[in-house]
Design a protein around this ligand. Structure first.
Ligand code: 5GP
Ligand code: MN
Length: 332
């Protein structure tokens, strides 16, 4: 993979640019994609951002959302944009399969592919890019990309809102260890532009439906198990559970973090039954590496303290298998 700076000469003349991100996109995925969309559009390019699937409601306020294509709803337009593109940017994932629907199309595409991402172990399939696991978020890396090209002065409030969102969500509101001095410097820079950080926080975190709040109460009382001797917490959600309290897709977002707020709990897991698979989310505090854990046992990956995986085994069997692993490895 050639360094990201080598992309700048390709951007001297107007280009058709396709940007995509991972399936089930979060604040960093959509924030980085739209932040880059605004920047490259301002530079005179024709840019099409494509999300592999629908967005959660709490991101629908973001500047540029109306210009996004949703592959699940608009496959023809999305594939036409991919076919017509001169360049392909891949943000916040490092393995084509994380896009779910675009896996084969990206593998087959012959245009230069550019990676901007902070997950561990990128697949060697990109022509240009930056892959820096120490970075707080892909949004921070898009900010770095703009600065590297000498364009800090072009950052406007739309870009700022998009980029701030991903930094805020991926750092747990500036809490996780990856929140470096550079992250705060970036936030200060965006703030000086006039960024309304309170509004962004409210849009993302204080926009729950009543049903979602009651669903959370139910889950914490009925569906969370705490294993103090393994410093671990587990939440399990069957398909039936997910339909209670009129819960929507996206209402499980952030649930996995709750056990970590209990004193002594260092490892939290959410097991979710989906129509075609069982999804697992892992979070940790300190030195338990959930990226390796996800890779070893659940065909997944991610970051040291936040990862995910999946299995085709039944929901019930997955829970039993997970508990067996827990008792074997005793996370510290
Ligand atoms: P989440 O639990 O929010 O789905 O994912 C947490 C982190 O792990 C995210 O950074 C995500 O990219 C990564 N992740 C989630 N599921 C998978 C997976 O199946 N494979 C890989 N390689 N990473 C995953
Ligand atoms: Mn991210």
């Amino acid at each position: 993979m050639r360094p990201i700076q080598d992309v700048f000469p390709l951007l001297q003349a107007p280009k058709k640019i396709f940007i995509t991100t991972h399936h089930k996109p979060d604040g960093d995925a959509i924030g980085s994609m739209l932040g880059l969309y605004h920047y490259l559009t301002l530079k005179g390019h024709h840019v099409t951002p494509v999300s592999p699937g629908e967005l959660p409601d709490f991101l629908m306020w973001m500047p540029g959302v109306a210009q996004l294509l949703n592959y699940e709803a608009q496959p023809k337009e999305s594939l036409a944009a991919l076919a017509a593109a001169d360049l392909i940017f891949c943000l916040d994932f490092n393995d084509f399969s994380r896009t779910k629907h675009l896996t084969q199309q990206l593998a087959d595409a012959t245009q230069p592919k550019i990676l901007i991402d902070h997950h561990l172990f990128p697949k060697p399939v990109w022509d240009y890019g930056m892959s820096i696991p120490e970075k707080s978020s892909t949004c921070e890396m898009v900010y770095d990309f703009i600065n590297l090209n000498g364009d800090n002065h072009l950052i406007d409030l739309d870009m700022a809102a998009c980029l701030y969102t991903g930094v805020m969500t991926d750092t747990g509101s500036f809490k996780f260890p990856a929140t470096t001095a550079s992250v705060h410097t970036m936030a200060a820079d965006l703030k000086r532009l006039g960024l309304d950080h309170t509004r962004i926080h409210e849009e993302v975190y204080d926009s729950w439906s009543e049903g979602r709040m009651r669903f959370l109460g139910y889950v914490l009382i009925e569906k969370m198990e705490i294993f103090h001797k393994y410093n671990s917490g587990l939440i399990t959600l069957s398909r039936k559970d997910q339909n209670l309290f009129k819960a929507q897709s996206g209402d499980t977002e952030g649930l996995v973090n709750y056990p970590l707020s209990i004193s002594g709990i260092k490892f939290a897991t959410l097991i979710t039954e989906r129509s075609d698979e069982v999804k697992l989310s892992f979070r940790s505090k300190g030195n338990f590496d959930v990226s390796s854990f996800a890779r070893e046992y659940f065909d997944g990956g991610g970051h040291f303290n936040a990862s995910g995986g999946r299995t085709k085994t039944s929901f019930i069997d997955t829970i039993a298998y997970f508990k067996k692993i827990l008792s074997d490895i005793h996370p510290q």
